[in-house]
Design a binder for this molecule. Structure first.
Ligand SMILES: *[C@@H]1O[C@H](CO)[C@@H](O)[C@H](O)[C@H]1NC(C)=O
Ligand SMILES: *[C@@H]1O[C@H](CO)[C@@H](O)[C@H](O)[C@H]1NC(C)=O
Ligand SMILES: *[C@@H]1O[C@H](CO)[C@@H](O)[C@H](O)[C@H]1NC(C)=O
Ligand SMILES: *[C@@H]1O[C@H](CO)[C@@H](O)[C@H](O)[C@H]1NC(C)=O
Ligand SMILES: *[C@@H]1O[C@H](CO)[C@@H](O)[C@H](O)[C@H]1NC(C)=O
Length: 263
């Protein structure tokens, strides 16, 4: 029989005591934990989490102002670093951001370092809310990822100062959440994590509604949703940004996929 060892995601429920100080954000190294998607092991980070009574279908999100020459330009070809008005510690903060395109800034506008700077430009600039949602956790200046290529480090501006974020890229499911199942033994020990989707699928979202469930038979490792499909699942009260690492994915796409990485 196979024994799987777990050191489970320590969710970072960030205290809202100190609002808006990029220097107060923890400089931790975000490690992954193993989960299983239809028997395929996947590595899952644990980033920003918050409590809520019911599981939201749509994740909260904040705007990120992206400065482009023209509305149709490549969103990576920016004129200056992007601006946000929310970081962890601010009420309503979310790692998920809606790309809001700003056009019309010129050299004479100077560097825009805050939402207030942007507002001062009034109708000299145009802002366009896109349908692109990106997973950009704002983190401490020395925070690291276990696999750095999962989320390249970038800087932006917030209320006149720099902040740092990991760029996990476009959230394929847009503003939608996805389910992840935390499986517990009867004694309350977590024995498995089963994400409902993985990167590469159109329903993949890094923002998860966490559901708890308990299994009575712990002799069989839980590595597939098929094993828990009929069990009762209770929303845990936690929504969390837990991106699945793409560095270790093998291209498997689901229960009907021909390519099975593991029996
Ligand atoms: C994190 O590291 C940066 C330097 O990279 C430092 O300025 C900041 O104070 C540190 N944050 C905490 C909470 O220690
Ligand atoms: C979520 O995204 C969809 C598709 O872009 C959009 O129609 C909807 O208005 C968004 N929901 C919210 C609450 O913004
Ligand atoms: C709880 O049950 C799990 C699964 O049988 C076992 O691995 C773990 O050691 C148990 N923990 C405690 C504290 O009894
Ligand atoms: C996501 O899409 C895949 C492939 O279509 C499907 O197998 C899986 O059940 C979907 N996940 C959820 C949570 O709906
Ligand atoms: C889900 O599990 C977590 C971790 O054990 C626990 O804190 C929480 O109370 C559980 N939620 C429910 C609704 O059982």
């Amino acid at each position: 029989m196979i024994f799987i060892s777990y050191t489970f995601i320590v969710l970072t429920l960030i205290s809202h005591a100190i609002a808006g100080d990029p220097y107060s954000l923890p400089n931790m190294t975000y490690k992954t934990d193993i989960g299983y998607y239809y028997n395929m092991p996947v590595r899952i980070y644990g980033l920003y989490a918050y409590n809520t009574n019911s599981a939201p279908a749509i994740s909260p999100f904040n705007p990120i102002y992206v400065f482009l020459r023209g509305a149709g330009d490549d969103t990576t070809n920016v004129l200056q670093p992007s601006v946000v008005d929310f970081i962890p510690g601010d009420d309503g903060y979310s790692d998920l951001k809606r790309v809001t395109i700003v056009t019309g800034v010129t050299d004479s506008s100077g560097t825009i370092k805050s939402y207030d700077d942007l507002k001062k430009l009034g109708n000299k600039v145009r802002t366009i809310e896109s349908d692109i949602y990106v997973n950009l956790p704002v983190v401490g200046f020395s925070a690291k990822l276990e696999f750095p290529s999962d989320g390249p480090e970038m800087f932006g501006y917030y209320k006149g100062v720099q902040f740092r974020y990991f760029n996990f890229g476009i959230n394929p499911a847009g503003n939608a959440t996805a389910p992840i199942y935390h499986v517990y033994a009867k004694n309350g020990t977590q024995i498995a994590a089963i994400p409902g989707t993985i990167p590469g699928l159109s329903n993949y979202s890094g923002i998860w509604n966490i559901y708890n469930l308990t299994v009575t038979d712990v002799t069989v490792p839980i590595t597939s949703y098929n094993q828990i499909a009929n069990l009762e699942k209770v929303f845990s009260g936690i929504v969390s940004n837990c991106p699945v690492s793409t560095t270790t994915l093998t291209g498997f796409s689901g229960p009907n996929s021909k390519k099975r990485s593991r029996k």
